[in-house]
Design a protein around this ligand. Structure first.
Ligand SMILES: [Zn+2]
Length: 152
């Protein structure tokens, strides 16, 4: 289970909506209780979608709604922030503009086990669904992870 305050969930959704109609992304910092496998989000770090730097041909962009990349420098910076607070990077989040919040084949190729992959469906500029996904150890598939949003 992934727990997040309603305030941080709002921050996450606002960043993804601001990026619409493009894919937007970010990093989740927090703590993992190894005994219960409950992950608690303590900070939401919006980052730039580095995919834009890859100069993908715009003409090929139709129908492709799952293009994002996180700059390793942003990951390193987030990791330093996490360590300062005694946290870890516990997950990543990104949007699926005008597409369901279901982890795609692209997501599976990019993902790895242990961390949570939070995906939000942004329909017509508004977040309509948020799911969290965990990749199986054998990388064969994603399993949904329950999100518990809590008022601060
Ligand atoms: Zn995706």
């Amino acid at each position: 289970m992934l727990t997040i305050s309603s305030e941080l969930l709002g921050t996450l959704c606002a960043h993804l909506e601001a990026g619409y109609p493009h894919e937007a992304c970010g990093i989740l910092l927090g703590e993992i209780d190894d005994a219960t496998d409950v992950r608690c989000v303590r900070a939401v770090v919006p980052v730039r979608n580095a995919w834009a730097d890859a100069a993908a041909p715009v003409a090929d962009d139709h129908g492709m709604h799952d293009r994002y990349a996180i700059d390793p420098a942003d990951v390193a910076r987030a990791d330093r922030t996490a360590r300062r607070h005694g946290w870890d990077i516990i997950g990543f989040f990104h949007s699926h503009p005008d597409s369901p919040a279901i982890a795609s084949e692209t997501d599976r190729e990019w993902a790895w086990p242990v961390v949570s992959f939070v995906i939000a469906s942004v329909m017509h500029g508004h977040v309509t669904d948020v799911f969290s996904w965990r990749l199986r150890d054998d990388r064969s598939a994603f399993d949904e992870e329950k999100i518990s949003a809590q008022s601060a």
